[in-house]
Design a binder for this molecule. Structure first.
Ligand code: FAD
Ligand code: NAI
Length: 465
């Protein structure tokens, strides 16, 4: 029986980063993955393919709508197979990169379905049905998540798709109905709208993107609406009937009232994700997931000695960079060091246009906690780089403690918001005051000046950049 210091089940951002850190720390490590490629949801059917399509579709729309104003006259023609092909090539290169990193760090990739088989044992069933038993001093569960289902809406990956299906539609929908105005719905809805689809988003709540600062979410919704997306807020889908050519979707107001039928040719179900622990043998070591299927942990330790869990399968935001943070900290604990993750400083980014990014607390959270705070806000319409690039939608907003001036939250909606938020992650990790940013020289002309101007705004001395 092969013996390991660490056996990791799941080769996504949680699992592969845990494996690399374990290899670096000299632990004998095996990574068990059931899929033919490493990288998990993020590389294969999540972050990376969605960003590939967001980039390509943004270029396509810009070529048709924005280039002429710059003096570039082109008539773009969509080649969907090529767009999908370059996405697949990039994804393959990325997954091969992870394979290389496993070899480099001397990790054994055990191909097959992993299952806990009592204390200190992991059973792996290969594609051919052969079972290998691994002996593990420590087992790390990194099995990730899967899309949540909705009664009355059966995903067939043909007409009614989840995010995986929506990343590979064979044609541009005439009318795409998206169920859920969360990150997946708005990112993938944006992709298909830019390529020519009419997109209707049905959302249960009376707002989009719960968790996002409300002021920012309102600006975001206005921007998406201006682009042609239609929102049915406070509405629920009670059924969807697929035929060979389309789908009839039944939508009802949450507050009560008459149902309506919306005809679409494709439906994307994107109402959240749930932890994936199917067939994992949790019962063999006495782990009982909570009622949402999530594994409870204390500093990544489960209730079973020597069994740890990280990433989407435990509590916290379901994000690749959070899974990576969990991974490093968990392995450092296993190696006898002290791991640390500051969950308040896990940034979020929605890769639409305008892009939205934030870190720390929202205004609503600060109000609910009774924290007195000051606000500095700066519009991209007053940022010179954004102006010359004709990307003036949105703002940067800094929330700082009214007494100490410590930065408590930053919310950016506008060009390259995801790149701009990194500066604030670092600043907040060092517990910076808004004045620290306000008095730091930033390059001109850059969009980062909008972030600085917002910090200056906290003390009321914003200037034009
Ligand atoms: P996963 O990536 O889900 O990996 C789990 C792995 O475990 C899988 O490969 C699975 O096959 C394997 N596995 C499961 N059970 C077993 C078993 N019993 N035996 C062997 N192997 C098993 N996050 C971001 O931060 N940024 C983004 O831009 C972003 N975009 C996204 C877009 C989409 C469309 C989706 C769906 C998600 C996106 N996410 C994004 C979320 C991100 O993909 C996840 O948070 C991240 O992948 C979680 O990592 P993980 O390692 O916990 O799990
Ligand atoms: P989500 O949790 O972001 O949004 C789901 C939305 O569906 C919410 O607005 C919710 O109110 C709504 N909803 C729930 N039930 C509903 C119903 N019955 N009818 C109508 N609306 C309903 O989930 P989503 O978009 O599926 O994404 C899952 C996770 O994947 C995200 O939370 C995020 O962690 C991750 N992700 C991250 C990305 C990024 O970082 N850029 C990109 C895509 C996904």
């Amino acid at each position: 029986m092969a013996q390991y210091d660490v056996v990791i089940i799941g080769g996504g951002p949680g699992g592969y980063n845990a494996a690399i850190r374990a290899g670096q720390l000299g632990l004998k490590t095996a990574l068990v993955e059931k899929n033919p490629t490493l990288g998990g949801t993020c590389l294969n059917v999540g972050c990376m393919p969605s960003k590939a399509l967001l980039h390509a579709s943004e270029m396509f729309e810009a070529a048709g709508k924005d280039f002429a104003h710059l003096g570039i006259e082109v008539t773009p023609r969509l080649n969907l197979p090529q767009m999908m092909g370059q996405k697949a090539e990039s994804v393959l290169a990325l997954t091969k990169g992870i394979e290389f990193l496993m070899k480099k760090n001397k990790i054994d990739w055990i191909k097959g379905y992993g299952k806990l088989a009592g204390p200190g044992k992991v059973e792996v069933t290969g594609e051919d049905g052969a079972v290998t038993v691994l002996e593990a001093k420590n087992t790390v569960i990194a099995t990730g998540s899967e899309p949540s289902g909705l009664p009355g809406v059966t995903v067939d990956q043909k007409r009614i798709v989840d995010s995986t299906g929506a990343l590979s539609l064979p044609e541009v929908p005439k009318h795409l109905v998206v169920i859920g105005a969360g990150i997946i719905g708005l990112e993938l809805g944006s992709v298909w709208r830019r390529l020519g689809a009419q997109v209707t988003v049905v959302e249960f709540l009376d707002r989009i993107t719960p968790g996002m600062d409300t002021d920012t979410a309102k600006t975001f919704q206005r921007g998406l609406t201006k682009q042609g997306m239609t929102f049915k807020l406070g509405s629920k889908v009670t059924g969807a009937k697929a035929s060979a050519t389309g789908v009839e979707v039944t939508v009802e107001p949450v507050a009560g009232g008459a149902a309506e039928t919306v005809s679409a040719d494709y439906v994307l179900l994107a109402i959240g994700r749930r932890a994936f622990t199917e067939g994992l043998g949790l019962e063999s070591v006495g782990i009982v997931p909570d009622k949402r299927g999530v594994i409870d942990t204390d500093h990544f330790r489960t209730t079973a000695p020597g069994v740890w869990a990280i990433g989407d399968v435990i509590h916290g935001p379901m994000l690749a960079h959070k899974a990576e943070e969990d991974a490093v900290a968990c392995i450092e604990f296993i190696a006898g060091k002290v791991g640390h993750v500051d969950y308040n400083l896990v940034p979020s980014v929605v890769y639409t246009a305008p892009e939205v990014a934030w870190v720390g607390q929202t205004e609503e959270q600060l109000k609910a906690a009774g924290v007195a705070y000051k606000v500095g806000k700066f519009p991209f319409s007053a940022n010179s780089r954004a102006k010359i690039n004709h990307e003036t939608e949105g703002f940067a907003k800094v929330l700082a403690d009214a007494k100490t001036d410590e930065i408590l939250g930053v919310h950016i909606i506008g060009p390259q918001a995801g790149e701009l938020i990194g500066e604030y992650c670092v600043a907040m990790a060092f517990r910076a005051a808004s004045e620290d940013i306000a008095r730091t020289c930033h390059p001109h002309p850059t969009r980062s000046e909008a972030g600085r101007q917002a910090a200056m705004g906290v003390e009321g001395w914003t200037m034009q950049s």
